[in-house]
Design a binder for this molecule. Structure first.
Ligand SMILES: *[C@@H]1O[C@H](CO)[C@@H](O)[C@H](O)[C@H]1NC(C)=O
Ligand SMILES: *[C@@H]1O[C@H](CO)[C@@H](O)[C@H](O)[C@H]1NC(C)=O
Length: 438
């Protein structure tokens, strides 16, 4: 409304009016929401909302992406509205959405909140908006639609058959897991003949160019099975993905490679891909496979520098990791390594017991101090304050540990996400907080 008024006021000067419209159109894609939103929204609205705090630097970094997301959804005519809200000012709204850290990205659809935890990129967020903003289960009513979907998605979970109690389980799995993956339904004749279905109804998972039919006896609960299998067997991993993979309960064999893939990195990556593909039957129940070009997350986990290129197996359920006992150059070495991890002959390192957590906190503090060292000369007071903050955080942590109440993460989660600590440690903290609230 304000925009239109402003425009009418300067209507005499067309140039100014155009300029105003242009300036306004940049921000008009994203609406600023406050507590009154709780009253004004209607049941059919779909909103994608970024909750931020004025002092949070990660939130500021997200601003340009958020504008692009808003403008793209608008230009596509998407039903998804894009908003942002200062969670420190609109506290009732933030409380309703259970915002615990910044920035938080959530979708509100038919009164249900969906949390986005993927990479904070335009593509990642847009995909989330399309997926969660659209139908819960997408019907593939023709071969053409099916083929189109296959060409666009790495992973497809498809329900085949008429209404049944399996369909009920499928829908309830979709309600929870739509934040991660797409859900489809199709009739038998839409699926290729090679997909053998012993009986109907059935749930089929398509990935890595092959298909898996759900079998309750072997695979257990449907929702857990989909959650476990929702990543490709071999993939490029960033720290967000690795963190998310923790929830599948599988171990992850990671090839740490150099960005741009020098020849040696290329070899290491191919070795992992080969083992992932050729030994899928043997290992895919226990392992995911992938490569990472950024080793900061792993450095934080190992609490040391890491060799690149190299191999590491991580257990994200407990922040443990395994390193190959010998120089790994051949497929056989790598298979021996995987077997050693599975049969327990290779010792797990790291973990998330109290001593490891204290070590990790000290490591994070040290890394942070190294990061801010160049700034000491420019802003000695700020640096001292930061150092003091970290020391008191450590002291508080140790105190709470000794009292056998390692709950400090919950309380500090909101304060220390201001880009002060490394992204990796923030994520780890977030993970522990999430686990606790499960
Ligand atoms: C649906 O889920 C329930 C509970 O997890 C399970 O007992 C039941 O067997 C499932 N039904 C089918 C048809 O898979
Ligand atoms: C990974 O961590 C989980 C949770 O602590 C544990 O149960 C499992 O045995 C670990 N896996 C391996 C291979 O050590």
């Amino acid at each position: 409304m304000l925009i239109v008024d402003a425009c009418i006021l300067v209507y005499v000067d067309v140039d100014v009016c155009v300029a105003v419209l242009l300036a306004v159109s940049v921000s008009a894609f994203v609406e600023e929401l406050d507590d009154s939103f709780i009253e004004t929204r209607t049941a059919d609205d779909i909103w994608l909302i970024k909750f931020y705090a004025p002092w949070c630097s990660f939130c500021k970094q997200l601003d340009p992406v958020w504008h692009q997301v808003g403008s793209e959804l608008k230009s596509l005519g998407s039903p998804v509205n894009v908003g942002k809200s200062d969670a420190t000012a609109s506290t009732a709204l933030a409380r309703e959405f259970r915002v615990r850290g910044y920035p938080a990205i959530l979708m509100w659809k038919k009164g249900v909140m969906y949390n986005y935890s993927g990479p904070r990129t335009k593509d990642g967020i847009l995909d989330f908006a399309h997926r969660v903003g659209g139908p819960l289960v997408r019907s593939l009513s023709s071969l053409k639609l099916f083929q189109h979907a296959v060409s666009r998605h790495d992973i497809m979970v498809i329900y085949v058959g008429a209404t049944s109690s399996l369909k009920g389980n499928f829908t309830s799995a979709a309600e929870e897991l739509i934040v991660y993956t797409y859900f489809f339904s199709a009739s038998r004749d839409v699926l290729p003949k090679v997909v053998s279905l012993p009986s109907l109804p059935a749930v089929v998972l398509l990935k890595d160019g092959t298909f898996h039919t759900y079998n309750e006896e072997v695979d257990g609960d449907l929702k857990s099975w989909i959650n476990r299998e929702r990543f490709p067997n071999f993939l490029k991993i960033d720290s967000y993905t690795l963190y998310a993979m923790g929830e599948t309960g599988k171990l992850v064999l990671v090839a740490l490679v150099k960005r741009g893939l020098c020849e040696k990195s290329q070899r290491v990556k191919h070795l992992v891909e080969k083992v992932a593909t050729e030994h899928r039957e043997t290992y895919s129940r226990s392992f995911y496979f992938g490569f990472m070009e950024d080793s900061d997350y792993i450095k934080g986990l190992v609490m040391d520098d890491v060799i690149v290129p190299s191999f590491i197996v991580v257990n994200l359920s407990n922040d443990g990791y395994f390193l190959p006992p010998v120089v790994t150059e051949t497929e056989l070495h790598l298979l021996d390594f995987l077997d050693g991890v599975l049969n327990g002959s290779i010792q797990a390192q790291g973990g998330n017991d109290i001593t490891q957590r204290i070590r990790r906190l000290i490591f994070d503090a040290k890394t942070t101090l190294q990061l801010i060292q160049p700034k000491v000369r420019e802003a000695p007071l700020l640096a001292c304050l930061l150092a003091g903050f970290l020391v008191s955080l450590t002291a508080l942590f140790c105190y709470l540990c000794l009292r056998k109440r390692p709950a400090v993460y919950d309380d500090d989660d909101d304060n220390d996400q201001d880009g002060v600590l490394l992204a990796s440690s923030v994520q780890r903290r977030k993970k522990q907080t999430d686990k606790k609230s499960d």
